[in-house]
Ligand binder design. Structure first.
Ligand code: NDP
Length: 320
């Protein structure tokens, strides 16, 4: 099937791109992917997206965005993109190994996934005390005790943010030092509400129906190894995110972490491999949202970049 504009991903970036592309008469097709609504649907309530003064549950918000795109003519396809070929024009996108699309412009909005530790109880308590986003969920833990896992800049930032809301914040750090930048380390180490538990790993979370505690192991494998228990109400993962961009690696440039590199102030992608700042643009391929954003990871920012991508795709298509 030949289309003008194909959008991959159904988070705020993908749906916003679809709203703009359909209003520009590009009749976009949006491939919805494995997690309808994207990462946002892993949180409990959205309170920081402008326009919802009383907050909104993420499923309703994403469904609203989807219906808004549908109203202007976006066509939705459920399935996973299994292969792309961006070496040709129009670009080729294959869904579930069988449906082939040819598109003048492709907008990649595949998002990023939070890393989890991989312990069983993390899944058991997801949405019931386990979160990977302090900015999204911290508010529900006002005056409570929480733990943040990780020792990088994100973990320090989240611990500091949570210390403004919570009674106490533990940081569970597997090494005897923090990996974060000096300034972030100082903020954490001088914050009286934060207690850093160095050389601790999480064994399991405990609680009746929700997180009430965590069993940790101190100095695993050493002669002074010890199992310790902390009482907590919330458990925040901050051990990094991985962008969902593997599929595109042969065609578009990504940074060392896998985030898509876009041109300054634009959503245009560069050809892979990137050699220097002069690496050529890959015409007709645009990236929006968390798959190209290692910094903000906010729905409103993703939505904004989705709008930019659609405007740029429209301009590109009109130039053909
Ligand atoms: P990082 O990769 O920098 O840090 C991840 C942290 O999680 C490390 O402390 C790591 O431990 C720990 N970790 C990883 N896996 C596990 C595990 N299985 N069990 C326990 N701990 C684990 O990720 P960030 O998200 O913090 O940062 C990503 C990038 O974004 C960095 O370059 C960072 O500097 C940047 N950033 C900058 C900010 C700013 O400038 N304000 C804010 C946020 C991020 P270990 O050290 O032992 O490997």
């Amino acid at each position: 099937m030949k289309v003008k504009c194909l959008i991959i991903g159904s988070g705020p970036a993908g749906y916003t791109a679809a709203i703009y592309a359909s209003r520009a008469n590009l009749s976009p097709v949006l491939i919805e992917g494995p997690q309808l609504g994207g990462q946002l649907t892993t949180t409990t309530e959205v309170e920081n997206f402008p326009g919802y003064p009383d907050g909104i549950d993420p499923f309703t918000m994403m469904d609203d965005m989807r219906r808004q795109a549908e109203r202007f003519g976006t066509q939705f396809v459920s399935g996973i993109v299994t292969k792309v070929d961006f070496s040709v024009s129009p670009k080729k996108v294959i869904v579930e190994d069988e449906q082939e699309y040819e598109a003048d412009a492709v907008i990649i909005a595949t998002g990023a996934s939070a890393r989890y530790l991989g312990i069983e109880s993390e899944r058991t308590y997801r949405g019931r005390g386990v979160s990977a986003c302090a900015t999204c969920d911290g508010f529900f833990y006002r005056k409570k005790t929480v733990a943040v896992v990780g020792g990088g800049d994100t973990a320090c930032e989240e611990a500091n943010y949570l210390s403004g809301l919570c009674e106490k914040v533990y940081m569970i750090v597997r090494k005897p030092y923090l990996r974060a930048s000096e300034i972030m380390q100082q903020r954490v180490l001088t914050n009286p509400k934060i207690e850093v538990l160095f050389e601790h790993n999480t064994l399991q979370l405990t609680g009746e129906g929700k997180v009430q505690g965590a069993d940790l192991i101190y100095r695993k494998g050493e002669s002074d190894e010890e199992i310790r228990h902390i009482a907590i109400d919330g458990f925040f993962l901050a051990i990094g995110h991985h962008p969902n961009t593997e599929l595109f690696k042969d065609y578009i440039a990504r940074d060392a972490e896998g985030f898509i590199i876009t041109r300054d102030n634009s959503t245009q992608c560069y050809q892979s491999p990137i050699t220097n700042d002069q690496s050529p643009i890959l015409p007709g391929v645009f990236a929006a949202g968390d798959c190209a954003d290692p910094h903000y990871r906010q729905a409103v920012v993703a939505a904004g970049s989705g709008a930019k991508a659609a405007i740029e795709a429209d301009k590109y298509i009109k130039s053909l």
